[in-house]
Design a protein around this ligand. Structure first.
Ligand code: SF4
Length: 474
């Protein structure tokens, strides 16, 4: 596509995955403490148009297999550009970098995770200058509002820390600007289909009180983006009829979800992780995961290093959450959504949260209602479900009132009735033993696919496969 870039650049490479064994280097990602990407709107005289700089070791100088810090600073100017557009322009870094053959870009803001593939490196993609050239040209060709652009990549240098701090402050200022407006006050929500290359049935519905899953696009950003590029991936959604105010179901959202998911997703609840939860691509900042043993939700964010209270780390929970599916009890969310008055409102809001990493809890001081804050456990209070149950009983967490009694076992006559239409989670001990987006069963020469399967069983027997093969069948 570009003669002076040694690899191809195009839509065809979006969604390309680079596995660990195929990567030349990893930039940012979970093994690196500080990383960021930011777009800043500047005045025309502050920008040297077309300048691309690298501060710190370039790709060719980084030993193969290394994980290094990376900051990407994109500065733009244009007579019709406003600060309001920064968040939206910033999200295009994700899209455009994924157009480059052998480059994988995940996440956003202070969570970016980029891999350069060995094959593309061998073809000559050994400098950030090439990536900068691709970004510069894609920005110019797709967004006519940009009149000047300069791009800086930092893998080190004295200024890295300052720019990282500035970027964190800028993200917070953008998020704070979007707080205060309610979903009821607006007639239009916004949808984003940017992540459909990774999750074809997913759109984010961005409302004033439900920030985009990636945490990078507010309702104001969505509005600015849809005005700037009406044919682009961010589009208006007229709310139309409110079907259920408590759960946040609107016919306008349902229509868009159905159309954009090719009929896979027909209904969406904005404020619930049950029934028809908002889908999740893979860019979510955090996961709300149901813990049936205590009838409450745990929260885990991408940077939490260890296993959560149910023994599973973020990566395993993310596998159950991502992919544009509606998996009850596994809900991708942004950190900002936890500051919203609508946060999981239909499921009990903060009164249903039982566990979260201390880092997140501390960052939400002032947003978690005072009467519940002390009753939510962190990794310092509970590291498994039993110690969580003890903690919740001791602190008198509201979920305890939902437990039939601390000594009751499942009544064998109980039937899993569901709390609501389309929900399979019920009382303690009655949660499904298996939940899957799609469960294929091959029998008699045909494959039967159970969609959104939830299986209840009286007993589950797990046998090692090897034993069966060796004739150990009982
Ligand atoms: S997570 Fe949602 S809002 Fe963010 S880029 Fe992906 S689809 Fe768009």
């Amino acid at each position: 596509m570009f003669e002076d870039i040694p690899v191809e650049v195009g839509l065809i490479f979006e969604g390309e995955r680079i596995r660990k064994e195929d990567m030349q280097v990893e930039l940012g990602g979970p093994k690196v403490d500080k990383k960021f990407e930011i777009v800043l709107v500047k005045s025309s005289d502050e920008i040297e148009d077309g300048k691309i700089s690298v501060i710190g070791p370039d790709i060719r100088d980084i030993p193969q297999g290394s994980h290094v810090r990376l900051g990407i600073l994109v500065e733009v100017a244009g007579s019709r550009l406003e600060e309001d557009l920064e968040g939206v322009l910033e999200r295009r870094i994700h899209e455009y970098m994924n157009y480059i053959q052998g480059v994988m870009h995940l996440n956003q803001r202070y969570d970016i995770w980029i891999r350069i593939g060995k094959k593309s490196f061998a073809k000559g993609l050994d400098s950030f200058i090439y990536i900068g050239k691709a970004l510069e040209r894609l920005y110019r060709s797709e967004l006519a509002l940009i009149e000047k652009i300069q791009i800086t990549f930092l893998t080190g240098g004295e200024n890295f820390e300052n720019l990282y701090t500035m970027a964190r402050e800028r993200y917070e200022a953008r998020d704070a600007r979007a707080r205060g407006l309610s979903d009821e006050e607006v007639e239009t929500f916004y949808g984003c289909a940017l992540c459909q290359s990774f999750a074809p049935t997913h759109i984010c519905v961005i409302t004033p009180e439900r920030y985009a899953n990636c945490g990078a696009i507010s309702w104001f950003d969505g509005r600015a983006a849809a005005r700037m590029d009406p044919e682009g991936p961010i589009f208006p959604i007229a709310k139309e009829n409110c079907v259920d105010q408590e759960k946040g179901e609107y016919s306008g959202i349902n229509d868009h979800a159905k159309k954009r998911s090719m009929g896979e997703v027909n209904r969406v609840y904005l404020y619930s992780a049950f029934g028809y939860p908002h889908t999740s691509c893979g860019c979510f900042e955090a996961i709300a995961f149901y813990i049936p043993e205590v009838e409450g939700f745990g929260i885990v964010h991408r940077r939490f290093p260890g296993p959560t209270v149910n023994g599973l780390p973020f990566s395993t929970l993310a596998d159950s959450t991502a992919g544009g599916r509606q998996i009850e009890g596994f809900h991708g969310i942004s950190l900002e959504y936890m500051r919203s008055r609508k946060f999981l409102r239909a499921d009990g809001g903060w009164n249903t949260i039982v566990w979260m990493p201390k880092e997140i809890k501390d960052s939400l001081t002032g947003f978690i209602p005072k009467d519940i804050a002390e009753k939510i456990a962190t990794e310092a209070d509970a590291t498994d479900v039993q110690s969580l149950e003890d903690f919740l009983k001791k602190t008198g967490h509201p979920v305890v009132e939902k437990w039939p009694s601390h000594t009751d076992n499942l009544d064998k006559d109980d039937e899993p009735s569901g709390q609501e239409q389309g929900s399979s989670y019920t009382h303690r001990g009655q949660s499904p033993v298996f939940v899957a987006g799609e469960l294929p069963i091959t029998t008699g020469g045909v494959t039967i696919i159970l969609k959104n399967a939830k299986i209840f069983a009286e007993k589950v027997i797990i046998r090692p496969i090897d034993k069966e093969k060796k004739g150990g069948k009982k």
